[in-house]
Design a protein. Structure first.
Length: 298
């Protein structure tokens, strides 16, 4: 018997008639009769006796009933499991994130994910771009959220957010409007490391404008730059996400020259995403859009 034959047999058993089975299956009565007749032809015996009182299951059909009921119980379990997987339940997702994005983006995203998918689990690791890329290549994580940089051919980089870096000044700084890179250099600009994704942008624009910062400090962690400004160590340039964390402690102003950065989702080309991972990516995009809408005066 084919699965369609078994489905019609079960529906007739449940409804007690061809017309009732057709309503259960949402098909026409002739369709049910045709499939039932075809099943009986293949089996070589009848499943129901056609009587004036209706259909009566034959002894052969009755022998099949326990196996058919067990099969449909299993099919129902498969359907329930498929729905759980669609909702992301029971799935474990491993995510990598740049440090700044882990604080500002992933923290609220994970709160939303846990609320929406109580059966799913997430492992979050923060790191720098090279570390995240290596972990992806070694199948240690499912995808990563990072600042835009050239990725290897084995990885797919999807751009999901673009903005310009902003300047961090002491709270009591007299400057109110946008500041130039020349002004920042004259006021002890704390430098990002040249190999850093944001550092590459900053150093390129400085070279294009013939500027040379006076500071001998090269810092990789963006929040450390903010803390240095807070401690009176100079001024800094960081992404909008890091800046937002210090909005009550530092003065945040635009930079005259464009210092563009982007946020990307990194994943392996040969590794399809699970439903839970797709849901997390959707939550990340939504959170980035919300934060972009909130950036206001940056």
């Amino acid at each position: 018997m084919r699965l369609r034959h078994i489905e019609v047999f079960q529906a007739v058993l449940q409804a007690g008639s061809v017309s009732g089975a057709a309503r259960l299956l949402n098909v026409s009565q002739p369709n049910v009769s045709r499939v039932l007749n075809h099943a009986e032809q293949q089996l070589g015996f009848t499943l129901f006796d056609r009587t004036p009182q209706g259909l009566i299951v034959t002894p052969e059909g009755r022998r099949l009933m326990p196996e058919v009921e067990a099969l449909f119980s299993h099919i129902q379990a498969i359907g329930e499991l498929a729905e759980q997987l669609r909702q992301g339940e029971g799935q474990h997702v491993r995510i990598g994130s740049a440090h700044a994005l882990g604080h500002s983006v992933m923290a609220p995203v994970l709160v939303d994910f846990r609320r929406q998918t109580p059966g799913g689990s997430v492992e979050l690791v923060t790191g720098h771009f090279n570390t995240l890329s290596q972990d992806l290549l070694q199948y240690k994580m499912d995808f990563a959220l990072a600042f835009g940089e050239q990725a290897t051919q084995e990885l797919v980089a999807e751009s999901i957010y673009q903005a310009n870096m902003v300047a961090l000044l002491p709270k009591d700084a007299e400057v109110e409007g946008p500041v130039s890179l020349a002004w920042l250099c004259e006021n002890d600009l704390l430098m990002l490391q040249q190999q850093d994704p944001l550092g590459q942008v900053l150093n390129r624009v400085l070279r294009e404008n013939g500027l040379m910062p006076h500071s001998a400090l090269f810092i990789k962690t963006y929040s450390v730059i903010a803390d240095m400004v807070l401690a009176g160590g100079g001024v800094g340039v960081v992404d909008t996400f890091t800046a937002r964390r210090y909005v009550d402690q530092l003065k945040i102003v635009p930079v005259v020259e464009a210092l563009p950065f982007e946020v990307i989702l990194l994943s392996r080309r040969d590794q399809p995403a699970s439903q839970a991972a797709l849901r997390l990516k959707q939550l990340i995009r939504r959170k980035l859009w919300e934060l972009g809408e909130e950036k206001g005066g940056f």
